[in-house]
Write a protein that binds this ligand. Sequence first.
Ligand code: GLA
Length: 740
Amino acid sequence: MAIEYRAERRTLTLLTDGSAYQMQLGALGYLLHLYYGPRCGDDLDYLHLPRDCGFSPNPHELTEGRGFSLDTLPQEYSGSNGADFRLPSVALETAAGVVGADLHVKSWEIRPGKYALAGLPASFAAEDEAETLAVTLSDEASGLEVELLYGVFPARDVITRAARIRNAGSERVTLRKAASACLDLPFGRWDFISFHGRHAMERQLERAPVRYGLQSAASRRGTSSHHNDPFTILCAHDATEDHGACYGLMPVYSGSHRTDVELDQGGSVRAVAGINPDGFSWRLLPGEAFETPELILAFSDEGLTGLSHRLHRFLRRNLIRGGEKQKRLPVLLNSWEACYFGVDEARMLALARGAKELGAGMLVLDDGWFANRFDDRRALGDWTVNREKFPGGLAGLHAKLEQEGMAFGLWVEPEMVSEDSALFRAHPDWALRVPGRPPALGRDQLVLDLGREEVAEYLHETLAALLRESGVCYVKWDMNRSICDVYSAALPPERQGEAAHRYMLGLYRLLDRLTGEFPEVLFEGCSGGGGRFDAGILAWCPQIWLSDDTDPIARLSIQQGASYGYPVAAVGAHVSASPNHQTGRTTPLGTRCTVAMAGSFGFELDPASLSEAEKAELCSQTAFFLRCRETIHNGLFYRLCAEDEAFTAWQFVAEDGHEALLTLVLKNPEANPAPLHLRLKGLDPAARYRLSDCAFFGCRNTPAALPRAEYSGAALLHAGLTLPQLLGDYPSARLLFEKL
Ligand code: GLA
């Protein structure tokens, strides 16, 4: 049983193999949060002693004292405009102008399996893999009912949450905020870890002690954004990679989001996560319901690495659909950085032949193949192939690629429209724009109103025809601007606050239909790189292009940032030209491969610009990646050093432990350096390991060979390994250990 009810103390406990989450059906029917942490087999209400706290009001019904206040007690889903002045989880307004919600337990139920959410991406489970707790709360004044859903995955140490909010009254209610979940941590000192960034420099880790007052990680861009990843972590102030309590909060959502964290007067921390309430409202007529996106909660008392391992496994096994396609996917070469908009059939065939020499098996035709798309100012929306560039159409190109033994992939950006396009001329009202105000352009384009039925239908038909005609086995689904001027011509004034979320629902439905109808096609997400790299998109796209910055040194912090929550297999990463097109930096070819290997590994360059020796090197790197792909993508990932060290080192251990790959990139070579020393992780201390591959790339010196070919696991774990001195601009090392 993953969910226990103990009548004596009226506690409900959600149990995973390594964690317990406890709540109590408290006085007056308030649902109190008691605890989330390692299992401790007890009722934990004794922790929360009555406390008379000045300026913290008490419920009218309780006359026996001032010890009970919603303002001081931890809660499962906080109301608003009541006695709790901390962060609300739900805010609403009734037709009579009453605001706020005071939520009391009405009923609760344990259900087999995992709940589902209609129209939203969510984790899934085999029947015996998860259980659901549903607790229904109600607010008497408005008639609102909130069904709190908890999915408990014992073997994964994961609890998922969502709220189903229903108007059970007789008057309309408008939601102003509807968070996915609230998590109160009543005791302890916590740090908040978030991942900020910008276009082409995403997912930069920031860790800071939780301060009194509010701190947030949020996006108002209609996308999960380059700027603030929706994934955040609360960890013990002294938690490290290997030790300490860590909570991961991962919204399964790709639109505007917000995770607020607040430290209150009594030292209690509250996190509330979900759709960003700024600009959001949702009208519920009597009988109507609204479902929030899901929030994945993972707990680890084995530090940040343990948290990452739990989330990686959970996302791979219980969220991402179609991940097995990645195992068969040939290594691809993408045309973007090789030709930008200058694509045509002859160039594509030349790229394909060159790609083959690098060991790649698929050519991806990026932007520039349709209508008059000669630059980024026009033609989005007109998804018909340009016959001057491709006389035989996409089917013709596909046939010729097949003759070369190459698979075919295609780039699309379906959610957008250029003003200079036949689609916009025919349907100007299909773009999101505020009446009476010229809409802001992003990359010279506008955003289609995907919340609108006919727009989504049109896109479905167009894309399905395109996929059939081209016969591609891979699609790169791009989205190249932030969404503003949100106003839907299809919605009445009082429902305009719904437009942004309806857009997401339209997008999810479209992705669901297309991935269902084309099960063999692998969809890779993209939004100018990592503008929509999130668990919502991952539900349909097993991999997402992580950043438009392909510079391997810049990529170290971007990919390391992503690794805290997202599996390596989800990370789109390519080997590109040097000097790098985004940063102008020159890096060794082998180092570019070492970094791209910690992801999907593909190419984003013109093979014709390579020497024969470079082609041979890339061919052997491709073979090495394919040899190790399973370990890299589906094994356990370890970060071996902090961001501020002179080098970045990562380790990938096969899930069954039979091999471990260590990579290291030197970011900052020093004169007369201290020894380059590392302790390995995740090995079997009792086993012996053979160093079966050891390669150094881009060194100006000839690194000394390692003195030994065999090591005990315990030695590598505890004493570690010393690498020879590496000199030069960004050299790297790659070592493969096989368990004997
Ligand atoms: C975005 C993507 C790039 C490329 C271009 C094409 O920026 O992130 O990889 O596909 O669009 O316009």
